[in-house]
Design a protein around this ligand. Sequence first.
Ligand code: GLU
Length: 282
Amino acid sequence: MVFTTRFAPSPTGRLHLGHAFSALTAERAAREAGGRFLLRIEDIDPTRCKPEFEAGILEDLEWLGLSWETPVRRQSDHLGDYAAVLDRMQSDGLIYRCFLTRTEVAERIGQAPHGALEAYVGAPLPPDEEAQRLEAGDAFAWRLSLAAAQVRLGRQWDCMTFTEEGSGPDGETGALAVDPARGGDVVLARKDAQVAYHLACVHDDAAQGVTHVIRGQDLFEAVHVQRLLQALLNLPEPVYRHHRLITDETGRRLAKRDKDQTLKALRDSGVTPTEIRERLGL
Ligand code: GLU
């Protein structure tokens, strides 16, 4: 199997130094392994993703001196593929419609509405109530049923693992146990988007033959849900390499709101790609 990795940005803003580190780290790993480096545009959120940000991503990565295989996979071109997976999961009884709003979910799990809502575990509505809500045209999300997933996986549920060749935020590395319930009944398709991140991500990693998922430690926790989905969908298991996050002088993680740290702003102020690499310790 050819070593294959990817950089998978969402075009919701300009890339910053943290993205540059991720892309350069993945590309270097592919080069050192004589493998493939892919770019994937994760533009499934129709309200936040913009074509000009996608153009900006390509411009910034080219400026950094990176090259990748073409054609670039753009997730919005594959919505039918994700819908087919959801259809299959629906016939297998693995997902259910959830009509709750964010605030209602937050109330049910006793959390502030702005916190992470991931760990919610619910149940489908009784059929007549669900029929009424559908009739009324009420919006719903598709959630994974952990209960159904556990039945489906049987003994596998308790013994799933993943290989971490990098490290998690607390230094986790090596053969690690998957906690399949970690994400709760995770949303796989949102009210306003036809597919949510975890499902599109595992689908595409498999479709693109990704053997090594190289990305920031902010996504370390995502492995639990993603390994569960891989098991349920019979997808191959990639190796994970989570890397450190790039922070500013105060130790705070860079985010899209840090406008002065975007690659475009740095380039416009005369910083060179070599200086970027040096600054990132590469
Ligand atoms: N699109 C995700 C992000 O920009 C990255 C997904 C991944 O690498 O798995 O945070």
